[in-house]
Design a protein around this ligand. Structure first.
Ligand code: PRP
Ligand code: MN
Ligand code: MG
Length: 180
């Protein structure tokens, strides 16, 4: 267990579980794009920085990377429903094979926002990947092509996911320990 901002969290997904699932996703992406072209991963900052780095290294083939920066949660534990764009992508995405990479799809608003923005740039193809997805929290319908884990509707931290900007450094994913 870990403590973050005075609250206790217990292990939910171990480093081994996360890394072994990422290896599978990397192999799957390499196979899917072998006859398509070199994909460009667009990580959504800040949360997806760690998953994007690990996913890219798990793809045994060429890929490129760039980043998009959004904020929707603010300092709260529940999604605010308001998506704010903080940084657009620098790479030219027209004609590219784009994969948007998120750490978590919660209400789906952030993923949908980025997918809509990139779709308008006329990529050759557009897919999405997320380490975590909360099916019960969905507010908008968004198809995600590569999903690490479908999880319960719980507040999760670690592995890029923050609680008031802390806990992103943890190698595993944790949930609030209600018994503490
Ligand atoms: C979190 C998370 C996703 C998004 C998911 O980002 O990293 O990007 O919220 O929620 P949604 O599906 O309800 O939109 P956050 O806004 O906290 O910014 P951060 O990545 O910098 O932590
Ligand atoms: Mn995020
Ligand atoms: Mg956050």
């Amino acid at each position: 267990a870990v403590t973050c901002r005075g609250e206790r969290f217990k292990l939910y997904l171990s480093e081994e579980q996360i890394q072994s699932r990422i290896r599978e996703l990397g192999e799957q992406i390499a196979a899917d794009y072998a006859d398509v072209g070199i994909p460009i991963l667009i990580g959504v900052l800040n949360g997806a920085f760690m998953f994007t780095a690990d996913l890219m290294r798990a793809i045994p083939a060429d890929s490129e990377v760039d980043f998009y920066k959004l904020s929707s949660y603010g300092e709260r534990k529940v999604s605010s429903g308001q998506v704010t764009e903080l940084k657009n992508v620098d790479a030219k995405l027209e004609g590219r094979h784009v994969i948007v990479v998120e750490d978590i799809v919660d209400t789906g608003l952030s993923m949908k926002y980025v997918l809509d923005q990139i779709e308008a740039l006329n990529p050759a193809s557009l897919r999405s990947a997320t380490l975590l997805r909360k099916p019960e929290a969905a507010k908008v319908e968004v198809d995600v092509d590569y999903v690490g884990f479908d999880i319960d509707n719980l507040f999760v931290i670690g592995y890029g996911l923050d609680y008031g900007q802390l806990a992103r450094n943890l190698r595993a994913i944790y949930i609030l320990d209600e018994e503490a």
